[in-house]
Ligand binder design. Structure first.
Ligand code: TXA
Ligand code: MG
Length: 344
């Protein structure tokens, strides 16, 4: 395995960024770091390149892909209208882990939107992502470019938060087929918050499609209006499938009060690992325990790397103590719930 040489993970190597931007222009795939998770990128306006993403991920082509843009990009290139609410949120949270769903501009191919009439837009804050997006836009006639990128994992699997995770996820792709940029471990660690603003002109206020690091309350504060739950007409989001974000080892979420009894019962039949806030409470012979952070931001940052690590250790089940049920833990509870649902 060859790894792209980057001397300092957060300071992009300009020759490598140029090579990656050229790769995108030629219709190829480039995996890149963002502050949330690593993305599997391709030119958002090149349907053949988009098809390459769907093929590599094994993702159904009806599932739309987020378009990543450089700071200062002209959003009118991508969106039919940019409502005032979008502008307020952009001013407050971009660059950063917030994806906005807007009505798609007529000139943008439907492929990236899985055939929907919307477009998902996000400006990431990671310096390597920004360098790539800026370099790619500079190569494009007209100077506007976007990189379509879902998380760089096989469909339904845990998102990657390190370059090595991406490499492990696509062993079938050579470096010529997938250029992987390194950028250290993703700081946020879980996928962006997704907010639908595509039906504002029909009187439907902001809808939270996927919780994330930027919370519903923060968004409501900036907008001065409540954020709603998705209804039947809301755009489809694949990360909102009941089962998603799952490791290969079965995951079970357990209330703290049920853990001791369940651990002793299951330990007779299965090789278990328990992730708990205070693992000393659940010591049982032959059961490995790991402490998880009581800080939601740290928990989120570490979660996916930990699940990947545990996947390789021969456990038959991962028991996870259910985190508190409050807004600070909403995004984590969402991801843990979907990971566990894959095995129900
Ligand atoms: O943090 C993130 O969002 C990461 C990094 C790479 O930016 N990306 C990511 O992409 O998580 P993905 O494809 O794994 O999840 C993106 C979600 C999907 O559930 C998709 O359905 C939704 O965004 N989405 C993208 N474009 C959309 C659109 N036009 N309308 C509705 N949903 C959209
Ligand atoms: Mg994903």
């Amino acid at each position: 395995m060859t790894q792209a040489p980057v001397s300092d993970a957060l300071n992009p190597d300009s020759a490598l960024i140029q090579q990656a931007a050229k790769r995108l222009l030629d219709g190829g795939l480039v995996a890149f770091p963002t502050e949330t998770v690593y993305g599997l990128g391709a030119d958002a306006e090149n349907p053949a390149a988009i098809a390459g993403i769907y093929a590599a991920k094994g993702r159904p082509s009806s599932h739309p892909i987020i378009v990543h843009v450089a700071p200062g990009a002209n959003l009118d290139h991508w969106a039919a209208t940019v409502p005032a609410q979008a502008q307020k949120l952009i001013n407050a949270f971009w660059p950063g882990p917030l994806t906005l769903i807007l009505k798609r501009a007529p000139g943008i191919p439907a492929d990236v939107a899985g055939g929907q009439d919307t477009i998902g837009l996000r400006c990431p804050s990671h310096p390597v992502a920004q360098a790539l997006l800026t370099a790619f836009a500079a190569l494009k006639p007209g100077g506007q470019a976007g990189v379509a990128a879902p998380s760089a994992n096989k469909f339904g699997h845990v998102s990657p938060t390190q370059a090595a995770h991406v490499r492990a996820e696509f062993p079938e792709l050579s470096d010529d087929q997938l250029l992987i940029l390194q950028g250290g471990a993703s700081n946020v660690g879980i996928e962006s918050t997704i907010l639908d603003l595509s039906r504002i002109d029909q009187g439907v206020g902001p809808v939270l499609l996927r919780p994330g690091h930027i919370t519903q309350d923060q968004i409501a504060n900036v907008l001065g209006e409540p954020v709603r739950k998705p209804d039947a007409q809301a755009p489809r989001v694949s990360g909102s499938l009941k089962a998603h974000y799952a490791p290969r080892t079965p995951v079970q979420l357990v209330d703290r009060s049920d853990l001791p009894a369940l651990v002793s019962k299951l330990a007779r039949e299965l090789k278990l690992v328990v992730l708990a806030f205070d693992p000393n409470t659940y010591n049982a012979p032959g059961v490995d325990t790991m402490a998880c952070s009581i800080e939601p931001m740290v928990y989120a940052r570490e979660l996916y790397a930990l699940l990947r690590y545990l996947d390789g250790r021969g456990y038959q089940r991962i028991l996870i103590e259910r985190p508190p049920q409050n807004t600070a833990w909403q995004a984590i509870n969402d991801r843990l719930g979907r990971a566990a649902a894959a095995f129900e």
